[in-house]
Write a protein that binds this ligand. Structure first.
Ligand code: C2E
Ligand code: MG
Ligand code: MG
Length: 571
């Protein structure tokens, strides 16, 4: 049919090589120094099945245009160095495009010019497997959407492009509202289907140039190139929320969920991927806290206190690394006997320059930048461990009270963290008291109710901190499994002179009594206050009168000296 040779090799070694290649069944070309085909082995012809004679034509003509430069480079390198070189390109055959690997070996012929042998190997199957593998490691198995690691790649690309071109982009973090309830009640099969459908709907709500990733649970992230104004973000977000609010028909159910979205734009709201995602996430939680099924776009003014400056935030991240956070323990004593019943763990930040920074200052910051989850997990573990040492010194059981902030409470890992802290320290559940604020209960009552029941199922008790200063909706006292009310210092401070405060304390104490709740009065500073509270039936006291927040060593000392005075307890 076609001639397989346009000339005879004048080098006997090459002739020998060619016949070896023929025998081995390789697809081999011999090329001159500009890549013109001089010879094709039988297998090479079988591979391409040329529709016209190829001898005397450039091999490059058989290669996909985008890959020709790479071919050129490999070919030149082989000729210049006389070392083997290799390239992966797409090769046109009569019927298809194959991924092939071509290995070039160059030599100098009798006429002192360069020639090449090109061995071609079909790697299409390999390439397909590689692509499948690549897909598996970069996509979420359930929805087929990009996963966290591909999202990170795309974000880095978007950042690089934005920095180069000056065109901005935005990220949206979306979390389904009410998904957990459905997942828990109807099982993971239904939940999985719902996530798959949600993924398809969200993808449809976006443009082709946008990236949509699923980053875990019921959380999705979109990257929107070119969308930079609040209006643009709100339009896209509304489309996404509407898509989610359509009924989900998952036999035999018809189900409804919502979606809360937070947005952040490069470069105004963050100039790297970590900050952008963190700020969009904060905004998403704000959307949840302020009514759900809406989108909140991050803004430095709205989301940070005036005193919150970026350098302080950077210092906090540094402080975690340097171990600058510590705990003080304030005694909680029996109102009558004044015996220490437990301690409240209070966080402190020992800043190398500023000295002790108040939790009133850094907790809101940690709450807004997400660091509270890290800090809170540490507090929980450290306080439970510390309590063991306290008990040893006291020679009797004590409890430890730990403050839990809203963002921690929403963290899916919270329960696991608590279980770990209990298991690690060997505390009994009832020895741990979690202090939460009314706001936690009011912002997402369904989630709060479910989680509180999980917590109390482990015998861990719940206290309402700063009672009376929040919403003061009494309905939740009935709805939620609460064990302790901590009466805020605001109502204690002017006791017993203030008639109003005396009346409020009176009512709270009698309410607690009727509902079978224990009470702690906060911020008790003098004997008159203690006396009044004890007479009204307040069970426990916490304040400077009976003990300042102490370093663990000082707290241990207080326990030991009290024990020495307790002949019965130390028996
Ligand atoms: P809180 O939970 O209500 O803690 C009681 C606060 O009242 C503590 O302030 C304590 O030092 C102070 N206090 C106690 N007795 C008296 C008193 O007799 N007079 C006066 N004037 N104050 C008294 P602190 O330690 O500055 O903590 C402030 C708040 O920071 C805490 O209020 C709590 O909401 C938060 N916080 C502290 N540690 C943590 C923590 O580990 N996690 C979280 N999420 N929040 C924490
Ligand atoms: Mg507290
Ligand atoms: Mg309090």
């Amino acid at each position: 049919m076609f001639s397989r040779r346009s000339d005879t090799p004048d080098n006997p070694a090459v002739a020998q090589l060619e016949s070896l290649m023929e025998a081995a069944g390789d697809a081999v070309f011999r090329l001159d120094d500009v890549g013109t085909i001089l010879y094709m082995s039988r297998r090479a012809i079988d591979l391409i099945v040329p529709s016209r004679p190829l001898l005397g034509t450039p091999l490059a003509e058989q290669i996909a245009i985008e890959d020709r430069l790479a071919l050129e480079v490999a070919l030149t390198r082989a000729l210049e160095t006389l070392e083997a070189s290799r390239v992966r390109v797409r090769l046109y055959t009569h019927a298809a495009v194959l991924w092939v690997e071509i290995q070039f070996g160059a030599y100098v012929n009798e006429r002192k010019s360069g020639e090449l042998l090109a061995v071609v190997r079909d790697i299409s199957a390999e390439q397909a497997t590689e692509q499948r593998l690549q897909h598996l490691t970069t996509h979420d198995a359930l929805t087929g959407l990009p996963n966290r690691s591909l999202l990170d790649d795309r974000l880095r690309m978007a950042l690089a492009q934005a920095r180069r071109t000056g065109a901005g982009f935005s990220v949206l973090v979306l979390d389904l509202d009410g998904f957990k309830k459905i997942n828990d009640a109807l099982g993971h099969g239904v939940g999985d289907t719902m996530l798959q459908v949600a993924g398809i709907r969200l993808r449809d709500a976006l443009r082709d140039v946008d990236t949509l990733a699923r980053v875990g649970g019921d959380e999705f992230v979109a990257i929107l190139p070119g969308a930079v104004t609040e209006e643009e973000l709100q339009i896209v977000a509304r489309r996404m929320i509407s898509a989610i609010q359509l009924p989900f028909a998952i036999e035999p159910h018809t189900l409804y969920v919502g979606a809360s979205i937070g947005g952040a734009t490069y470069p105004e709201h963050g100039d790297d991927e970590v900050r952008l995602l963190a700020h969009a996430d904060t905004a998403m939680h704000r959307a949840k806290d302020t009514g759900k099924s809406r989108c909140v776009v991050y803004s430095h003014q709205k989301f940070t206190q005036p005193e919150h400056d970026v350098s302080m935030e950077a210092a906090m991240f540094e402080a975690v690394r340097n171990g600058e956070f510590l705990l003080h323990y304030q005694p909680i004593v029996d109102a009558r006997s004044r015996q220490i019943m437990g301690f409240e763990a209070l966080m402190r930040w020992r800043h190398p320059v500023l000295g002790l920074v108040s939790p009133m200052q850094f907790i809101p910051m940690a709450e807004s930048n997400g660091l509270i989850n890290l800090l809170g997990a540490w507090v929980l573990k450290a306080a439970c461990m510390q309590n063991r040492q306290f008990e040893e010194a006291a020679g009797r059981p004590l409890y430890v009270s730990v403050n839990v902030s809203p963002r921690q409470f929403r963290n899916e890992q919270f329960l696991q963290l608590m279980d770990d802290a209990i298991a690690l320290s060997g505390l009994r559940g009832e020895q741990l008291l979690l202090e939460i604020t009314e706001g936690i209960l009011m912002s997402d009552p369904e989630h709060a109710e479910a989680l509180l029941h999980e917590i109390t199922a482990r015998s861990v008790r719940i206290a309402i901190d700063d009672f009376g200063t929040g919403y003061s909706s009494l309905a939740y006292l009935k709805r939620f499994p609460i064990a302790v009310l901590k009466i805020d210092r605001a109502f204690i401070k002017d006791l017993p002179q203030s008639i109003k405060d005396a009346a409020i304390c009176n009512v709270v104490l009698s309410l607690a009594d009727h509902l079978n709740l224990s009470t702690v009065a906060e911020g008790v500073e003098n004997e008159q206050q203690l006396d009044f509270l004890a007479k009204q039936g307040c069970a426990l006291i916490q304040g400077y009168l009976t003990g300042y927040p102490l370093l663990p060593e000082a707290a241990l000392e207080a326990l030991r000296s009290a024990r020495a005075l307790e002949p019965v307890a130390s028996a």
